[in-house]
Design a protein around this ligand. Structure first.
Ligand SMILES: NC(=O)c1ccc[n+]([C@@H]2O[C@H](COP(=O)([O-])OP(=O)(O)OC[C@H]3O[C@@H](n4cnc5c(N)ncnc54)[C@H](O)[C@@H]3O)[C@@H](O)[C@H]2O)c1
Length: 434
């Protein structure tokens, strides 16, 4: 039977969950503190860029299975199932900030009515779901509820696709009653071939961190190998391809670059180290990954200085600001570190990104934001490709060369064809390309 669901937090995760759960036939209310977001959503507009979201949003709103509000009280009261999908950003000391989760739990404790399943989708440290259970018991001693951990694995840029076709759905639960409700919520996925992992709360919480820490480690591994490859004159792409042919390794996440970014890997790796430190468990591998990733971002500017000397007074065209392609998310984007460092060195920045310029401008108002990649290249002394947007693969380098003052390219994503770059007369550096 379809459920009455409330999703609290309508950001990158909550909005996709709300839209997807409504598409499964459930009655869904998306709640957010941010009145501007809710206003946009009620006008049928997505506050984030995500391929395909508009169609799903409008389809489910038109069918009246999906509504949005800032009114958490009413939304909690009427819900059979409440998904918590608010942010868990890192604090200054690197630990996850659970204040947003706790605020939602308080609202749930004060307002839930009848049997309610509370599902944590936000990424939270191991033990948080058990703590949520304790908080709710204290807030509502006679409350009839279950707590479930259902971590999210979607990739920004492919979030809609990932919601409907996940590699797996992980559900940490304690009772058959909770399991039955979650089975109904995800009935559509259950009847397809999506594997479900039914496990304890702690196991579900740690699966999420283990997965992200592993992927961050894999990226960092190939980045360090790329640095070695470029020092000895080897080709990292041939190395990665050959490594990926080994079934034990797999070809994914072996693309070198300027270091990982985004809203998850940086904070989740730090959270793993913090958990280890608090529990007396050695997490030195992940600790090294974090520092190596920071060094990789800084290395990009060092490479640039090697390519074109003192950067003071130079104009840099930066193509790509989002932390990866197909998103407008700039959280922890390598472009942030690169541009900050270039500005400190006295560079003037002209930037372009197909989707992320508005978000970037809030943090870097002094950058000159350009309508096209070619506009950004006008009179530039150096061109830096910082995000792997497909449109930069097809740059007309003859045109770029005519627009620029000097012919220097730092391609931190290895997007460009080296033979074409050389033919066009550019001084060029990629990552690990010998
Ligand atoms: N973004 C990703 O790719 C991704 C992937 C997997 C897991 N996650 C995890 O999912 C969680 C959410 O991430 P996100 O990227 O969607 O965050 P986000 O910052 O995009 O969205 C969070 C939303 O929650 C709202 N919010 C905060 N406190 C609230 C409250 N008390 N009541 C109602 N709304 C409130 C905010 O206004 C915001 O709209 C995090 O724990 C993150 O680690 C994110």
């Amino acid at each position: 039977m379809a459920k009455e669901i409330t999703v609290v937090g309508t950001g990158y995760v909550g909005l996709i969950a709300a839209v997807g759960l409504a598409d499964f036939g459930n009655q869904v209310t998306g709640v957010d503190l941010d009145a501007d977001k809710i206003k946009m959503l009620n006008e049928g507009k997505s506050p984030i860029y995500e391929a395909g979201i508009g169609e799903f949003l409008n389809r489910n709103m038109d069918s009246e299975r999906l509504t949005f509000t800032t009114d958490i009280k009413t939304s909690v009261k009427k819900a059979d199932v409440i998904f918590i999908a608010v942010g868990t950003p890192e604090r200054e000391d690197g630990t996850p900030n659970l204040d947003y989760v706790d605020a939602v739990v308080n609202s749930i404790g004060e307002n839930m009515d009848g049997f309610t399943v509370i599902v944590t989708k936000s990424t939270v440290p191991v033990g948080t779901n058990r703590r949520i259970k304790t908080m709710l018991t204290e807030l509502k001693p006679d409350g009839d509820f279950e707590v479930v951990s259902n971590p999210e694995f979607l990739r920004e840029g492919r979030a809609v696709e990932d919601f409907f076709h996940p590699d797996r759905t992980v559900i940490g639960y304690e009772t058959e009653r909770a399991k039955d409700v979650m089975f109904e919520v995800y009935r559509t996925l259950n009847v397809t071939s999506v594997p479900f992992v039914w496990c304890s709360l702690e196991t579900a919480e740690l699966i999420k961190y283990a997965s992200n820490a592993f992927l961050a480690t894999k990226i960092t591994f190939i980045n360090q190998m790329a640095n070695l490859a470029e020092t000895v004159g080897a080709d990292i792409h041939m190395i990665a391809k050959s490594m990926g042919m080994d079934g034990r390794i797999s070809p994914y996440f072996l693309h070198p670059g300027p270091g990982y970014g985004g809203s998850c890997f940086p904070k989740d790796t730090k959270a793993v180290v913090d958990m280890g430190d608090k529990l007396g468990v050695d997490m030195s591998l992940i600790r090294s990954v974090i520092s190596a990733n920071e060094a990789q971002k800084v290395r990009m500017v060092v490479k640039l200085e090697k390519l074109c000397g003192n950067l003071k007074g130079k104009t840099a065209a930066v193509l790509g600001l989002a932390f990866k392609q197909q998103t407008d998310d700039i959280r922890e984007s390598p472009a942030l570190t690169i541009i900050k460092s270039l500005e400190e060195k006295g560079c003037h920045i002209q930037a372009h990104d197909p989707k992320a310029m508005d978000n970037f401008e809030k943090e870097f108002p002094h950058v000159l934001y350009c309508n096209t990649a070619y506009d950004a290249c006008k009179n530039a002394d150096v061109l830096i490709i910082a995000t792997e947007w497909n449109e930069y693969r097809g740059l007309d380098l003859e045109r770029v060369s005519e627009l620029m003052n000097e012919k220097v390219i730092l391609d931190t994503r290895n997007l460009l064809d080296v033979a074409y770059v050389k033919k066009s007369g550019f001084k060029y550096q990629g990552v690990g390309r010998g």
